[in-house]
Ligand binder design. Structure first.
Ligand code: PLP
Length: 250
């Protein structure tokens, strides 16, 4: 690559090679951010003697308009995460028509009344956290014949405002999903409390997944994905470090 022409291509880093991407959505160099994140994933995997190919990058494109997502698609990224069903329904059908092999993940909270749209659009749903939602998803899965992979979100910090089942209620929710609704659960997801060091939460989630024989561990975001990879993440959900800082809260 011709450095002179692509400059300024390096996203801001924190001095340890972690992208801090302070430029806003729309101004960030998406291809450079993506390359940096991929390199950091490979380093973290190799540091813990894991094959980098066992870590999937879910590029979280919430609030990023279609024009801002295109550079990531052009750079070969195919796995994307979104938070809002409505926003995804507006953005993704057109992008998918151009890139049919896109895999779409719902990482944000899901209301039961959006279960139909979510099952129709998403390949993986990370935020199953209650029995009523399991019932709504099971109904739509039966009706549509589509079978998105399902992860249970665990509220590892027991934060009242946050989605996710409490760790001590995971057992019950898992068996009810499986026995009452015939839903195969593939893994667990968590979002550690902003003020806590994340590693204890990642370790807890990894322990819970192992205890229940669940292969997928969705953990780690822009600020902490290397730590999540060291603790066994199979999917890291990275937005800001690729697309830039979001202006509206999401
Ligand atoms: C927004 C979001 C992300 C990405 O967060 P960044 O800090 O921008 O990398 C990951 N997971 C969930 C559930 C999110 O809502």
């Amino acid at each position: 690559m011709d450095d002179a022409k692509t400059e300024p291509s390096a996203p801001p880093t924190d001095g340890m090679g972690h992208v801090t991407a302070k430029l806003p959505v729309g101004q960030a160099d998406v291809a450079a951010g993506l390359a940096e994140v991929r390199a950091a994933i490979a380093r973290a995997a190799e540091d813990s003697e894991r094959d980098p190919a066992t870590v999937q990058l879910v590029a979280v494109s919430k609030t990023v308009p279609a024009e801002g997502i295109l550079p990531a698609l052009k750079a070969g990224q195919r796995v994307f995460g979104e938070n809002y069903v409505q926003e995804s329904v507006a953005k993704w059908p057109d992008l998918r028509a151009r890139y049919p092999d896109v895999e779409l993940h719902l990482v944000g909270p899901l209301q039961s009344n959006k279960a139909r749209e979510a099952v129709a659009l998403f390949d993986v749903i990370h935020s199953l956290d209650r029995l009523s939602l399991a019932a709504a998803l099971a109904k739509e899965i039966d009706r549509s014949g589509r079978t998105p992979k399902l992860l249970i979100q665990v509220n590892t910090g027991a934060e009242p405002q946050k989605g996710g089942v409490l760790p001590d209620q995971l057992d019950t929710l898992l068996s009810e999903c499986q026995e009452t609704h015939g839903l195969a659960i593939q893994g667990l997801m968590c979002i550690p409390p902003a003020e806590d060091p994340p590693s204890a939460h990642f370790a807890l989630l990894a322990r819970l997944a192992k205890a229940h024989n669940l292969p997928i561990l969705s953990m780690g975001m822009s600020a902490d994905f290397p730590a999540a990879i060291q603790l066994g993440a199979t999917h890291v959900r990275v937005g800001t470090a690729i697309f830039g800082a979001r202006t509206r809260k999401a």
